[in-house]
Design a protein around this ligand. Sequence first.
Ligand code: SF4
Ligand code: SF4
Length: 317
Amino acid sequence: MNLPLTQAVKALAQALDFHAWGIAPVTSAAYAQAYQHYLNWLKEGMQAEMHYLAETAHLRSDPRSVLPEAKSLLMVLQSYFHTRRASAPIAQYAWGDDYHTHMRRRLQIIADYLTRHGYNARPFVDTAPLLEKAWAVIAGLGWIGKNTLLLNRRLGSYTFIGGVITTAELLPDSPFTEDLCGTCQRCLDACPTQALTPYRLDARRCIAYWTIEAPSMEEGMPETQGWIFGCDICQQVCPWNRFAKPQGEIAFRPKAHVFWSQEQWASLSLPQVKKLQEKSAMRRARPKKLLQIAALSVNQTYGTKRSVPVTSVRVWK
Ligand code: SF4
Ligand code: SF4
């Protein structure tokens, strides 16, 4: 184990303004369990039309499919939290610049540092066949909640996850072994489409899937409850997000469309959609589909059902 290098890498993660970081070893019994959970989820067909998840499942069994000879993974979290009382029809993670670009640029600095010390290293942010949430748990960063999101005791669930896989043998952190959901099931109760059972999300019912990933709007699509891109309901109601503080990263500050009125969304044009997708995580959705969803959502329940009551939970100011 290379302790000085571990300390240096963590210091770099801190200097680069990540909000949490930890080290996982490349092999772990806990990961084998998480991978089996993933295979069972696929077997149930809960990935809907995201066929690539099944096609690349074998690669996810071992991170060395991403980097042969890898010994460790540095996992990092970056909060994108703004507020729990949002009225925008866009999930908060897509309010600012595309996190892929922003996170990757900083993770590359850490990878370059490891390379200069003679190791191979590769950064990833949703860009490699890795079960990132499971690796974050093994790196001690939190637990996977009943809403299937990674929950960090201090940051809540509004976080981006990324990391660097490396051939350096870094000193691992203790895995997070608690489940702090306890008897709570607010996310399950609040999900308007019953997409959640504890620790399992059925994408076939999920608004986020239908508004982002689904190849088309077909029979079986639930009411979007006013959402146009993604859905934050199962995060809005989670009591652990009362500990989240608005993040200060300038790249993630809300863009103008976050404050658009219902009328502005209703009169959206294709060139406007393409414009708002520039440098945004909203690029993930096809422009024409985004336009269709916008028209559908404003005619449905814009601004009514989307806001869920959070009166019993304190919100950080
Ligand atoms: S994102 Fe929305 S629809 Fe999907 S599980 Fe969460 S609350 Fe349900
Ligand atoms: S709402 Fe409750 S059950 Fe759901 S993830 Fe948060 S703490 Fe866990």
